[in-house]
Design a protein around this ligand. Structure first.
Ligand SMILES: NC(=O)c1ccc[n+]([C@@H]2O[C@H](COP(=O)([O-])OP(=O)(O)OC[C@H]3O[C@@H](n4cnc5c(N)ncnc54)[C@H](O)[C@@H]3O)[C@@H](O)[C@H]2O)c1
Length: 330
């Protein structure tokens, strides 16, 4: 099977390495306008370096294209890959507006080509175990946070490029909550506020440096998301995602889940490998076989998580809570 990696930055490297470890799979193309980045990944994984995804697709005829380029490029590049007959694994966010997201869905359905969104945290053993353990339990609180420094990726300094805090990172716990709680974990309303206390003096900065979201869930739980880029250098990054249920607290920390039971016992579920590798392999298996039942999310469901994050941005901008429609119960 032949795979093209588009975008050889942080995520392109992770996905390229994941694809290279899938049986009978070769990375045939690495695309990046930054030639040194493309060459470096080709040097490690093989294939050919390109500066244009169109040239790469035409020259190498990949079965699968993995999009790790900046968000504003995803939809057009995905459509080009589909037109060439490839399946697509696209990094989140698919786009920063829902009309573009819907357009890609129409194109992929018409062509009968798989488009999978990289929301990898669904693909850990801990996520599966938590989903099973939370089944039928009442949930009180869902809480996630991240404290980090100003993004090292300059694109993420601009909301119009990266989507802002919640689209950039808290889409993951929001999506994971939806996975482990099913329809009980569908947010029904969102209210967000932001602050910009540190970096607004910098002309290149068009993001928020702190962001707080309040959520209500269909199952009756409430919850919050708090993020900041305001951590100072040297302060270790801190992030987590907790679900407090009746007789059970689930703590997600990176790829690990901790289940704290009412009798005082603690069950630790470590991922066998980094979640992106598992998800990448599930995608390549689907590309090879055409079978998608093992995938833990379809395109429309993935973009429901994005829609929640974009609603949070709208709420932050307008200062008003937003009521969310929710899809049919699963
Ligand atoms: N799933 C996750 O956990 C996760 C984590 C971080 C980032 N991301 C997402 O991954 C995507 C990439 O982020 P990143 O952190 O790797 O950014 P990055 O800046 O490290 O890499 C992006 C690369 O795309 C290249 N690029 C620019 N224009 C291009 C084009 N026309 N064609 C091909 N490549 C092009 C850039 O030169 C750069 O090397 C973003 O959508 C981001 O939100 C996901």
């Amino acid at each position: 099977m032949r795979v093209a990696i588009v975008g050889a930055g942080r995520r392109g490297i992770v996905h390229g390495r994941a694809a290279a470890t899938f049986p009978d799979c070769e990375v045939v193309a690495v695309v990046d306008p930054d030639a040194a980045r493309a060459q470096a990944l080709v040097g490690e994984l093989g294939g050919r370096a390109f500066s244009s995804h169109l040239e790469a697709i035409a020259a190498t005829q990949p079965d699968a294209v993995v999009l790790c380029s900046p968000p504003p490029l995803h939809v057009a590049q995905a459509i080009d890959a589909i037109a060439a007959g490839a399946t697509v694994l696209v990094e989140k966010p698919v786009a920063l507006d829902l009309a573009s997201v819907a357009h890609l869905e129409t194109v992929s359905r018409a062509a009968g080509r798989l488009v999978l969104v990289c929301q990898q945290l669904r693909y850990t053993a801990g996520a599966l175990r938590a989903k099973q353990a939370l089944e039928g339990r009442r949930v009180a609180l869902v809480h996630s946070w991240v404290y980090r420094q100003k993004p090292d990726i300059k694109g993420n300094w601009r909301r119009s490029w990266g989507g802002g805090h919640i689209v950039e990172n808290q889409i993951h716990p929001i999506d994971l909550t939806r996975y482990v709680l099913g329809d009980r974990g569908e947010p029904t309303s969102v209210f967000a506020r932001y602050g910009n206390r540190f970096y607004d003096v910098d002309a290149d900065w068009d993001n928020w440096d702190s962001y707080s979201v309040s959520l209500e869930f269909r199952g009756g739980a409430v919850g919050g998301v708090a993020t900041t880029y305001g951590a100072f250098p040297g302060l270790p990054q801190s992030s987590g995602h907790d679900i407090i249920a009746e007789g059970l607290a689930v703590r997600f920390r990176g790829n690990r889940a901790e289940l704290h039971w009412a009798d005082g016992s603690v069950e630790i579920v470590e991922a066998a490998e980094e979640a992106t590798i598992s998800m990448n392999h599930a995608f390549l298996e689907a590309t090879r076989t055409g079978e998608t039942s093992h995938l833990r999310q379809d395109y429309a469901d993935a973009n429901r998580s994005l829609a929640i994050c974009l609603a949070a941005n709208d709420s932050a901008r307008t200062g008003h809570p937003i009521t969310l429609g929710w899809p049919d119960a699963d």
